[in-house]
Design a protein around this ligand. Structure first.
Ligand code: NAP
Length: 282
């Protein structure tokens, strides 16, 4: 088997962001209003602070305004819900991102549901999950949406293929499986209780690893010619797939970093401009 082709998320994300920046500039010129993303962070978890700052920087470069709401770690559920409802009602805000995780004492689902669906540019509400699952227009979860764009870019049509998604989190595993199903893949979900994970993964034409365990998926688990998407990101820039051995059997594979990661922010920016365009009626 020859070495797999790389699925270059950095290059595709750059093109999406360039296009999004042009659309943002055009929207601002036509309406006098720049698209605006509100970011909400509870507490000061260093990784979350870095992620939010990175998203704000990217917004600025793309001509999207960002409004940051920093809440103390001791914020109550009620206070967070009230903040998100106020942003949902504010016509100057077009998209809302609640940085995850929010802390153990907070009912994350209640917080997500306080985000108006038309501003749910991170695709975390029940409403967004439903439209994703039914293949209807709406906002997708950003990482799953980015994965689908990568597959499209490399002409991987999921229809009729066996897709195995390893991981079933609400923001990643579950929605990417629903997006693949909506595109007519035959989808199997694996998780921490799955028996004989390797044997299940070996059946896959498309593997999506979304676990958070370094190099869990090994080359010998990959069917020759399969497409391997590694959404995992672990300490030391290591994915959930053992890249070197998997690349010897896969036809296409995402690197870590530079595969799925850049697609997440690109999708967030694109959906923020989509939301602004809809709300401003252009
Ligand atoms: P999560 O909420 O911790 O979910 C992990 C999932 O993996 C769970 O469904 C869990 O099963 C399953 N799992 C754990 N150990 C397993 C094992 N040994 N075998 C099979 N399944 C196992 O994580 P997440 O938020 O979805 O993130 C997953 C990974 O993606 C992380 O590395 C994260 O950093 C990365 N990520 C990347 C991006 C990006 O932009 N590139 C965005 C989000 C996340 P149970 O449900 O049974 O517990």
């Amino acid at each position: 088997m020859t070495q797999a082709r790389l699925m270059d998320g950095t290059a595709l994300a750059r093109r999406i962001v360039e296009d999004t920046a042009k659309r943002a500039a055009d929207l601002t010129e036509r309406t006098g209003v720049a698209p605006c993303l509100a970011t909400v962070l509870v507490g000061e978890d260093p990784a979350s602070v870095t992620y939010v700052r990175m998203k704000q920087n990217r917004c600025r470069k793309a001509g999207i305004e960002s409004r940051h709401v920093a809440l103390p770690a001791a914020t109550t559920n009620g206070e967070l819900v009230a903040t998100l409802r106020a942003l949902s009602d504010d016509p100057a805000v077009h998209g809302i991102l609640l940085q995850h995780p929010v802390g153990e004492h907070i009912d994350e689902r209640a917080a997500f549901e306080a985000i108006a669906p038309e501003k749910d540019v991170d695709g975390v509400t029940f409403a967004s999950f439903a439209t994703m699952s039914f293949g209807l227009p709406g906002f997708v979860s950003c990482t799953p949406g980015g994965i689908m764009r990568l597959l499209d870019e490399y002409d991987v049509d999921p229809a009729g293929k066996r897709a195995v998604v390893v991981g079933r989190s609400a923001i990643l595993g579950k929605p990417v499986g629903m997006l693949l199903l909506a595109r007519d893949a035959t989808v199997t979900y694996c998780h921490s209780r799955t028996r004989e994970l390797s044997a299940v993964v070996r059946e896959a034409d498309v593997v999506v690893a979304a676990v958070g365990r370094p190099r869990l998926i090994r080359g010998e688990d990959v069917k020759p010619g399969a497409v391997v998407v590694d959404a995992g990101y672990n300490a030391g820039n290591v994915g959930d797939v053992d890249f070197d051995s998997a690349a010897e059997r896969a036809s296409l594979i995402t690197p870590v970093p530079g595969g799925v990661g850049p697609m997440t922010i690109a999708t967030l920016l694109e959906q923020t401009v989509d939301a602004a365009a809809r709300q401003l009626g252009v």
